[in-house]
Design a protein around this ligand. Structure first.
Ligand code: SAM
Length: 230
């Protein structure tokens, strides 16, 4: 059962934001205390305690979610190919979200919403229970120094969060160039009896992320894995 969620931003406003003219979007941003508002982008404020999206209403079909989507190359390509699937993508950098917004507008991707929020808080605290069928984590910031490891998105506790937000058979897809971070995530997931390892997602060129293309062009190794909730 999904948890009940309260309205924070007003569902009607949220829908309208994808179609409103610029001056109305700027006015909306002003009254919500935001710097900028972009079509297809929902910005959460630090004191928002709930997240409402039409696709997360009780009884809705499960969503697919990308964490740290960068310029949105992967998720925009996916959303264009699967118009009946709802996609959310989390990113915190405004300049990247501008590019994401442009891609979604150009492709008229009304099944894709970008969310500006801290990704860890979003999955731990704001997503309702059992609403995600696939989560994509591609080239997350590795925080290479040991004293910074605590900042990594995927800690051991993330396995518990996945169990809460995933529907049965939900899949976690991971790709990274960072061997140490990869080994850590792989260890957490293989040690957790609630997950089975499955074939990773090796993407065709049109679905490769910008960081992936950069590493591939340099000939760097890339590590992929995927785990499915039992
Ligand atoms: C190394 S980049 C990879 C981007 C993209 N996945 C790709 O492969 O091209 C990591 C991305 O995650 C975003 N990011 C990092 N930490 C985040 C957080 N805590 N919340 C939301 N986004 C985050 C960064 O802004 C950046 O765009």
């Amino acid at each position: 059962m999904r948890s009940k969620i309260d309205a924070v931003s007003g569902k009607r406003n949220f829908h309208a934001r994808q179609f409103l003219p610029g001056f109305l979007l700027r006015f909306y941003a002003k009254i919500r205390g935001m710097n900028e508002i972009l079509p297809h982008v929902l910005e959460l404020k630090e004191d928002d305690r709930t997240f409402e999206h039409p696709a997360l209403a009780a009884g809705g079909a499960p969503i697919e979610l990308e964490i740290g989507c960068g310029n949105g190359r992967f998720i925009a390509a996916r959303a264009a190919k699967n118009p009946d699937q709802t996609y959310l993508a989390v990113e915190r950098m405004m300049e990247r979200l501008r590019k994401c917004s442009r891609k979604a507008q150009q492709g008229a991707l009304h099944n894709l919403t970008f969310v500006r929020v801290e990704a860890g808080r979003f999955v731990r605290e704001l997503l309702p229970d059992h609403c995600v069928k696939a989560m994509y984590l591609f080239f997350p910031d590795p925080w290479p120094k040991r004293r910074h490891h605590k900042n990594r998105f995927f800690q051991r506790e993330m396995c518990d969060t996945l169990c809460r937000i995933f529907v049965p058979k939900g899949i976690m897809y991971i790709s990274t160039d960072h061997e140490d971070y990869f080994k850590e995530m792989y260890k957490y997931l293989t040690e957790d009896p609630r997950f089975d390892e499955i074939a990773p997602l090796i993407r065709e060129e049109d679905e490769q992320t910008d960081f992936e293309r950069l590493f591939l062009s340099k000939g760097d190794p890339i590590y992929h894995c995927a785990f499915q909730l039992r």
